[in-house]
Design a protein around this ligand. Structure first.
Ligand SMILES: NC(=O)c1ccc[n+]([C@@H]2O[C@H](COP(=O)([O-])OP(=O)(O)OC[C@H]3O[C@@H](n4cnc5c(N)ncnc54)[C@H](OP(=O)(O)O)[C@@H]3O)[C@@H](O)[C@H]2O)c1
Length: 326
């Protein structure tokens, strides 16, 4: 431990009136964080859309931090996309994400932000990491090649946080959420997240009166999904209770087969027809589940079960279908 890290610090309740910047506050993760903080009585939340403040613009980011002087920051802004986009535009995913996070973290150092949480993703772990994936699997093997550029940017972010702790004594942390879903999700075809795609498919079938729905693959791969409101609650808990250089996995600790997930969605939207599985299409990795022991040791575990979570997401989808991002 270096002198910078040795100053005594115990995380505690965040000041509800302190300036709190949520980078990416209109996105799936950032908007959930904003909702939770509002509900928790935070009175000084700060958000800027990418049109108002492009986080790739280093001078503008430094000027914004100088002007607003946030005491707390959640860094949930990122260029995010599905497999296809990640695989086709690796330079964009590497370069834009590095720029956004380097600018925000450096500007936060410059104005001495007290607590900062950096959001990564479970894609930082090796493709063949043993399941469930523990935090110490980081850098033990090759990444999934279809999104390695994005993953490398996120790994650099974890190291940037650790470096700020070492060099400047910052009590900043990194959290790696599993697959997220919920209000604010990306229902665009390019977004291609599994859960919103399935909701849209089954809902369209109900509306059109179709009697069958065909999904890609065998439906047997197991995936973990966490409702974003749970993610936000976990983040606030970590900010108030956790202080360590190692990233923390944020998940439910439970996975389901894609078939089970499809069945839940069909039930919630009221689809009574048959589901077919196109086994000519690829399945992807058989299981992806985070080990959440560290999060549990920090005193938090997920509360929203899949059926309730899907129901609230479908309700949100119905309310917003006309204005969804495309
Ligand atoms: N979604 C998941 O399943 C999932 C799972 C694990 C981890 N994560 C992590 O969570 C973070 C956020 O993901 P998300 O799903 O919430 O993504 P999202 O819904 O696409 O939101 C990303 C946000 O980032 C902002 N942004 C992007 N580039 C920016 C720029 N140059 N300047 C300013 N703002 C910019 C966007 O702002 P505007 O809307 O104003 O353009 C957008 O609101 C990412 O780090 C991702 O790795 C997501």
């Amino acid at each position: 431990m270096t002198p910078a890290e040795s100053a005594p610090f115990t995380p505690g309740r965040l000041d509800r009136d302190a300036p709190f910047y949520i980078a990416g506050h209109r996105g799936l993760a950032g908007s959930a964080m904003w909702r939770l903080l509002e509900a928790e009585g935070f009175t000084n939340l700060i958000g800027r859309s990418s049109a108002e403040l492009d986080l790739k613009d280093r001078a503008a980011v430094f000027a914004f931090f100088e002007q607003t002087r946030p005491r707390y920051v959640v860094l949930a802004a990122a260029k995010v996309g599905g497999i296809m986009a990640n695989n086709t535009y690796p330079v964009d995913f590497l370069s834009e994400n590095l720029q956004v996070q380097v600018n925000v973290i450096d500007a936060a150092i410059a104005v001495d932000v007290e607590r900062l949480l950096f959001l990564g993703s479970s894609c930082i772990y090796p493709r063949l990491a043993p399941q469930p994936i523990t935090e110490n699997a980081l850098l033990t093997g090759y990444l999934e090649p279809t999104n390695d550029a994005y993953a490398i940017a996120k790994i650099a972010g974890i190291f940037h946080i650790q470096a700020a702790r070492r060099q400047f004594g910052k009590h900043w942390i990194s959290a790696m959420p599993t697959n997220l879903y919920g209000p604010g999700d990306n229902f665009s075809p390019q977004g291609s997240h599994v859960l919103p795609a399935l909701i849209q498919r089954y809902d369209n079938a109900v509306k059109s009166g179709a009697t069958t729905v065909t999904n890609w693959g065998s439906g047997t791969p197991r995936r973990e999904f966490m409702h974003v409101d749970d993610m936000a609650a976990a983040f606030l808990h970590l900010l108030e209770h956790y202080d360590s250089p190692e990233q923390v996995n944020v998940g439910t600790g439970q996975d389901s087969t894609i078939r089970e997930i499809a069945k839940t969605i069909a039930r919630v939207v009221g689809f009574t027809g048959d589901t077919l599985w196109d086994t000519d299409k690829p399945d992807g990795t058989p299981q992806k589940l985070l080990d959440v022991s560290k999060l549990a040791d920090a005193g938090w575990s997920a509360r929203i079960d899949l059926e309730d979570g899907v129901r609230s997401t479908v309700d949100w989808y119905h309310e917003h279908v006309a204005t969804l991002r495309r």
